[in-house]
Each structure stands twice: as structure tokens, then as C-alpha cells.
Design a protein. Structure first.
Length: 202
């Protein structure tokens, strides 16, 4: 995919997000930092006519969480090894809910994002689990936050551990079909399932 094709793909994703009731914002090329001030975007999606001007020059695309995107929340798994245990625990608790949570993406670093809307007010971003070394393993991206979404690209690793090549985010499912759930459904007692929490601290 050349630069122009990438920009067109990003613009198409932005238009699709707006149609789905989500608020897209441009982020720095290959990165996760918004290019512009995005206070206005926290009030709701931009006008579709603004998409070509705001998404250009290789910009990535982020989605604003919270009320701006219809109470969207992102459950962010930085520790990829906790993704499957979380899903397994969720399925054992509620097969119905497990079957409804079909919108997710894999990040270039190997992590995962689980996407859904909350039937109620979305709180701020919150760390839910940490590793034994104190690094964040699972967190929410809530009101006042954002996350990068496909077809954005990022370089894996840092310094000597990077291959220097851009790798894409991969979205599974459609933003137009985000399920509406309660916070307690994915975070019983305001936390992650016990099996995931214990794995993160071991």
C-alpha cells in the first residue's frame, strides 16, 4: 500500500466511524499522539466534510472514547498472554455475553483491544491489572481517552528491538455493531476476572 492508498484507507475508516456514531481523530503518522487539539472532538464526531483536511500526510486514526462515541469503551490488553484467559473466563461466566463481544482488534505490538459501548456513563481510563514489574497489563480507555484503530500502522518495538517497519492494526468486526453492555459485565466488582489478575501478577 503506497502513501496515497494508505491515506484513502484512513479517510474511509474515519467516514465509517462517523457513520457508526464514533468520533475519529487524526494521530501522528506511525504513532499514538493526536495531531490537533481534540477538545471539540470530545463533544461528538466531526463533520464528514472535514475528514479530507484533517486526515492527511500519513496520519493514523484514533477513536475518542466516552460520550463522544456513544459511550464507547476500550478494554486494552497490553499483556497479550492475558487475552485468551480473559475470554475463557468470560465464556464460563456468560456464553451470551461472550458471543456478543465480537468487535476487537490486534495491535502491532501483539496486544488486543476489546470494543463495546456502556449502557450508562463511561468513567475515565483505569488500570485494571499490572505485571510483577509494575507495568500495565490491562487497562480501560474511557472518557477523556482514545485508542488507535485500523488501518493505522505502527513500528513494533523500540531501539534495537524494532525492525523499523510499519505494521498494521487489524480490526475484527464492525464499529457499526458494537454491543451495549454494563461495566460490571466485563469488570465484575470493578476489576478483571480473577484468573487474569493472578496471571498478571505472577
Amino acid at each position: 500500500m503506497n502513501a496515497q492508498q494508505f491515506t484513502e484507507a484512513i479517510r474511509s475508516a474515519a467516514l465509517a466511524a462517523i457513520k457508526a456514531g464514533c468520533a475519529p481523530i487524526p494521530n501522528r503518522p506511525g504513532g499514538k499522539a493526536p495531531i490537533d487539539k481534540w477538545t471539540a472532538d470530545m463533544a461528538g464526531p466531526m463533520d464528514t466534510a472535514d475528514v479530507p483536511q484533517r486526515f492527511r500526510n500519513g496520519a493514523n486514526i484514533g477513536i475518542v472514547c466516552g460520550a463522544a462515541s456513544g459511550n464507547l469503551e476500550c478494554l486494552d490488553f497490553d499483556a497479550a498472554e492475558l487475552w485468551q484467559p480473559f475470554l475463557d473466563t468470560l465464556e464460563s461466566v456468560s456464553q451470551d455475553l461472550h458471543g456478543r463481544l465480537t468487535v476487537w482488534q490486534k495491535t502491532p505490538s501483539g496486544g488486543y483491544h476489546l470494543l463495546y459501548r456502556v449502557s450508562g456513563e463511561v468513567g475515565g481510563s483505569e488500570d485494571l491489572a499490572k505485571t510483577a514489574t509494575g507495568e500495565v497489563a490491562i487497562e480501560t480507555r474511557g472518557a477523556g481517552g482514545q485508542f488507535i484503530i485500523a488501518p493505522s500502522r505502527a513500528v513494533r518495538g523500540h531501539g534495537k528491538d524494532t525492525d523499523g517497519k510499519p505494521h498494521p492494526y487489524t480490526l475484527h468486526g464492525d464499529l457499526a455493531h458494537l454491543p451495549a453492555i454494563t461495566v460490571a459485565a466485563v469488570r465484575p466488582s470493578g476489576s478483571v476476572p480473577p484468573c487474569a489478575a493472578s496471571s498478571a501478577s505472577s
